[in-house]
Design a protein around this ligand. Structure first.
Ligand code: PEP
Ligand code: MN
Length: 337
């Protein structure tokens, strides 16, 4: 950590800073310039809270050298993490091809969609049983009944399943039926929920909050890792912006950005990012080209009858088309799914 003192700091203020550094069991390394004094603090930065030091009179800035997310950072883990979702590997060259309807609406329709996406190459089936809807009057999901349908359809098609959990009280029931928890954008900073899924060993798909920075996303991942669950897959799904021709603004740079500073796999969800079926295929391809560890796409065989997110759903033949292109691109980059 580096402490920068304000110009004109008094001797007494300087002495006080040095005293605090010693009290914390660390060593100061002082560099007095013509206008400013800079103190390098030597010792285990992980053991102290840098923020309160900012309150000491005479201190202008406290600059941590280490990233605030530790377990999620590449400093701690050099190689790429690989997360197992059932028998599907995510990361390290293996892509998660997650597909399915926004919500589980019934057994027959889910079965039909699952058959189609599996044939096209999807390896993880998605579907929401607990839906975070903007309006309380919109379809809220089938709850446990939906989870049972998802599990059975997943088993019938030999696909692991991922579904959203919105509340710590839902974790045990979701854990019973699903192979992977999804934490949605609206709950990325629901810290109690993050801690609860952190107690499980099941993998977690953590979506970026709609106004969350990359650092916020990694700090949320840190909550899960800190509880002892190392199986986190991040998901870029767009952030809110001034642009209103798309549902959200897809931050594709988040993929290589995260990969530079974290070992966790990161996938892209072009469905919620764009909200537009015409933009989903090109953005899915761009995601793979950017180095994403997978793509998450909503598919419905009759979007006009869909109970949630119908307008953004891809029809199965369109999904099959983009998957053909993704396969070629993946091969070019030496990735498999
Ligand atoms: C979803 O995946 O259906 C969903 C609600 O996504 P998000 O949390 O990214 O909005
Ligand atoms: Mn949706």
């Amino acid at each position: 950590m580096i402490i920068v003192l304000k110009p004109g700091t008094t001797e007494a203020e300087f002495d006080h800073v040095i005293e605090r550094i010693h009290e914390l069991g660390l060593k100061p390394h002082v560099s007095k310039g013509e206008h400013r004094t800079i103190i390098g603090v030597i010792g285990d930065e992980n053991k102290l809270q840098a923020e309160p030091l900012q309150a000491i009179p005479g201190v202008e800035q406290v600059l941590p050298v280490m990233k605030p997310f530790k377990l999620a950072s590449r400093e701690m883990h050099k190689g790429d993490s690989v997360v197992n979702v059932g028998k599907v590997k995510v990361g390290g060259g293996s892509l998660a091809m997650i597909a399915g309807p926004c919500a589980i609406e019934g057994s027959d329709i889910l079965n039909e969609i699952a058959g189609n996406v599996k044939k096209a190459g999807a390896n993880i089936l998605r579907g929401g049983a607990f839906k975070p809807r903007t309006s309380p009057y919109s379809f809220q999901g089938l709850g446990e009944e939906g989870l049972k349908i998802l599990r059975d359809v997943g088993l019938a098609h030999d696909m692991p399943v991922v579904t959203e959990v919105m509340d710590p009280r839902q974790v045990s029931v979701v854990e019973k039926y699903a192979d992977m928890f999804q934490i949605g954008a609206r709950n990325m900073q629901n810290f109690d929920l993050l801690k609860e899924v952190g107690q499980s060993k099941k993998p977690v798909l953590l979506k970026r909050g709609m106004s969350a920075t990359v650092k916020d996303l990694l700090m949320s991942a840190e909550y899960v890792l800190a509880e002892g669950n190392p199986n986190v897959v991040l998901c870029e799904r767009g952030v809110r912006s001034f642009e209103d021709s798309t549902r959200n603004m897809l931050d594709m740079s988040a993929v290589p950005n995260v990969k530079g500073i974290s070992h966790l796999p990161i996938i892209v969800d072009p469905s919620h990012a764009t909200g537009r079926p015409d933009l989903i295929p090109p953005m899915a391809l761009a995601a793979v080209a950017a180095g994403a560890d997978g793509v998450h796409i909503e598919v419905h065989s009759c979007p006009e009858k869909s109970l949630s997110d119908g307008p953004q759903a891809l029809l199965p033949p369109k999904y099959a088309d983009v998957m053909k292109q993704i396969r070629k691109l993946a091969e070019m980059f030496g990735k498999t799914f």
